[in-house]
Design a protein around this ligand. Structure first.
Ligand code: AVI
Length: 316
């Protein structure tokens, strides 16, 4: 990410009322580490629930994706990360003699290198073509090939976008695919606050550290003087809205300076910075989001608790 863009986005967010900061900036090295800790927290059910779907329903996934063992296809994963869930499927595909190539795409070169190394050990016969960079530039580069494609976007990563952004994102994926190609979309389902809230406000304070790390990143990269100890983490969620929202709350009146740009930002006591939305879904919301895209829902798989769903969307 260019420093200039970062500086511009931070300035815009902190100059807004109410103040906001883009959640995509959570993920520097420390943020990546904290997110791995989040995924392992007992309260963060999302990763386990989706992993269960992959561990128990690979055959259903293969059928839902209408994969043909005699027809070569490309499996493209946007934001592959450590690929833990996808590996379950790769193993079954390999054992069942499907012909395919796996294209993990990620912003993090480090994550891709590690994934490639692991796959080389665990599933040496699977052809892995890692691609680092922007999802759409990468999808476009794969457009020339004539092979059927399935695009994976897991982990409810779409939930950090507004519905409008999600709709545009899915539309753009479709624009890079052909009729009958598939999008395999993992989303967290709407459920009661007593399950969702602890996932975003854990007693060990890992999510708090993750949220506050955004201010540390601003301090480090834009020479800011945020006093991290004067901000609290707050998570809100109601089942009616179906959107978990995270905030940083100033515990006192204060002015923060970013020495890099010389800009100053005033906070009143109790003033909030909105840092993240984590949208939860149901069929109706997904159908509204894909309404103006070229996709239709053809299948849906859920975990045994009905916490999480993987939708198969088919390109018309
Ligand atoms: C990456 N994303 C789907 C996570 C989520 O659940 O919204 C990020 C996260 N934020 C706080 N905890 C986890």
């Amino acid at each position: 990410m260019m420093l200039e863009q970062f500086e511009k986005d931070i300035d815009q967010g902190l100059s807004d009322f109410p103040k906001t900061l883009p959640s995509k900036y959570f993920y520097d090295k420390k943020g990546d580490e904290l997110f791995v800790q989040i995924m392992n927290m007992p309260e963060y059910y999302l990763t386990r629930a989706e992993h269960e779907i992959f561990k128990t329903q690979c055959q259903e996934i293969i059928e839902g994706l209408e994969l043909d063992p005699n027809q070569f296809f490309e499996l493209i994963e946007l934001g592959a990360g450590d690929g833990t869930k996808t590996k379950e499927l790769l193993e079954v595909l390999h054992k069942s003699d499907y012909k395919f190539e796996y294209f993990p795409i990620d912003i993090s070169q480090n994550a891709l290198d590690q994934l490639e190394q692991e796959l080389c050990k665990e599933l040496p016969a699977v052809s892995v073509k890692k691609k680092q960079g922007d999802y759409f530039a990468m999808l476009e580069s794969l457009r020339e090939t004539n092979h059927p494609k399935v695009v994976f976007f897991l982990g409810s990563n779409i939930g950090n976008m507004s519905d409008q952004q999600a709709s545009e994102f899915i539309y753009k994926i479709g624009a890079n695919l052909r009729p009958d190609d598939k999008l395999f979309l993992g989303v967290d389902l709407i459920k009661s606050a007593n399950i969702v809230l602890p996932a975003y406000d854990d007693p060990a304070g890992i999510t708090k550290a993750f949220n506050l790390n955004l201010l540390s990143r601003i301090n480090n990269e834009l020479d800011g003087n945020f006093n991290i100890n004067t901000f609290l983490h707050q998570a809100k969620y109601t089942e009616k809205d179906g959107i978990a929202k995270s905030y940083l709350v100033s515990t006192k009146e204060q002015t923060v300076t970013l020495n890099g740009s010389g800009k100053m930002y005033h906070f009143t006591k109790g003033e909030k910075i909105h840092t993240e939305i984590s949208r939860k879904y149901n069929d109706e919301i997904i159908n509204t989001i894909i309404h103006d895209t070229d996709f239709q829902i053809t299948n849906k798989m859920t975990d045994s608790n009905d916490y999480f769903a993987d939708y198969i969307l088919k390109r018309s």
